[in-house]
Design a protein around this ligand. Structure first.
Ligand code: AKB
Length: 315
């Protein structure tokens, strides 16, 4: 049985990835870790939980060794908008945390390190429509710089030490359980909470801002693929993946079909410049061809499911 460590298990993806993995691999085999002290019960009571700061290499060694870990999901990250406010902390957590994980993993015989990159690895000089897997990587945000550095570091540890590293360039993730924090695509989650609670939302991006997005169930499936799929299928270590691209206006219109009283206005802030430097749509045909990536949710499917799930909780 696989022994899996999740670092950053209190975050938007980690908090749902942990229960998902526990269901699949057995609760004792998935060790949830992170630095957050306020965590959902499903993390702390659903199986083993250990406080862990990835910047502390000694603690990392201890947890990996004592739990005979063979697969690591390293999910801890400072996102794009926060990264612009605290660039050095973003570098420390995103890059120094990752190199610690890679270094300890290669020394302690970990088999796979799965670490999400992001569409933020691209920048204004990258083709913005149908952005290919192999293309220009010249990001202009600190978050993007940490993602490109991380992709290079992960590749280095594979080539030099044979540690299997796998990364997906995630688009904005839309999820119903834990809200994201500090990202540019966060509007696409906030909008649902506000539509259900207050029937109105002020968006921090312009109406015609188009970005690639993915629904959480597809995102979780993508992570598990990286544990399950045979190494021989992966011809590279970083993959574009996407669900669906839409503008803020198109999302609002889809919500209005279910909540007709919903209204939206637009007050773009500093995050607009970040969004304008990112792709509008992603070509993920390489992931589809090499290991069968096949997301299920489109805009209508995401909207319906989010409103159903959140309505049960929020009213
Ligand atoms: C962000 O908005 O910073 C993230 C991302 C696209 O990586 N959601």
């Amino acid at each position: 049985m696989k022994r899996i460590l999740v670092i950053g298990s209190g975050g938007q993806i980690g908090s749902e990835l942990v229960p998902f993995l526990r269901k699949k691999y057995g609760k004792e085999n998935v060790i949830a870790t992170g630095r957050r002290t306020v965590l959902p019960k499903v993390i702390t009571e659903g199986g083993p939980w250990v406080y862990l700061d990835a910047l502390n290499q000694e603690s990392l060694k201890k947890v990996i060794y004592e739990n005979s870990i063979d697969h690591i999901f390293h999910m801890a990250s400072v996102l794009s908008a926060t990264g612009e406010k605290i660039p050095q902390t973003a570098w420390d957590i995103n890059v120094n945390g990752l190199i610690n994980v890679l270094e300890v993993s290669r020394r302690y015989g970990v088999e796979r390190v799965i670490w999400p990159s992001s569409i933020a690895a691209f920048g204004p000089t990258t083709p913005r429509e149908n952005t290919p897997n192999e293309t220009i990587l010249q990001p202009t945000t600190m978050y993007g710089i940490t993602k490109v550095s991380g992709e290079l570091l992960a590749e280095y540890y594979y080539k030099k030490y044979g540690l299997l590293t796998l990364s997906m360039r995630l688009p904005g993730i839309i999820s119903s359980e834990t809200a994201p924090g500090g990202g540019t695509t966060d509007y696409a989650v906030e909008i649902f909470y506000e539509a259900i609670k207050n029937k109105k939302y002020t968006c921090f991006l312009k109406e015609d801002t188009k970005l690639p997005m993915m629904y959480q169930p597809d995102c979780l499936k993508c992570h598990v693929n990286f544990v399950e799929i045979d190494e021989s299928k992966f011809k590279r270590h970083v993959y574009n993946v996407t669900g669906v691209s839409f503008t803020a206006g198109e999302l609002a219109a889809e919500i209005k079909k279910i909540i007709p009283e919903f209204t939206i206005d637009y007050k773009p802030d500093f995050r607009q410049e970040i969004a304008d430097s990112w792709p509008k749509s992603i070509d993920d045909s390489v992931a589809r061809k090499e290991w069968g990536w096949n997301p299920k949710y489109d805009l209508a499917g995401i909207t319906k499911d989010m409103i159903e799930k959140l309505s049960k909780r929020l009213v």
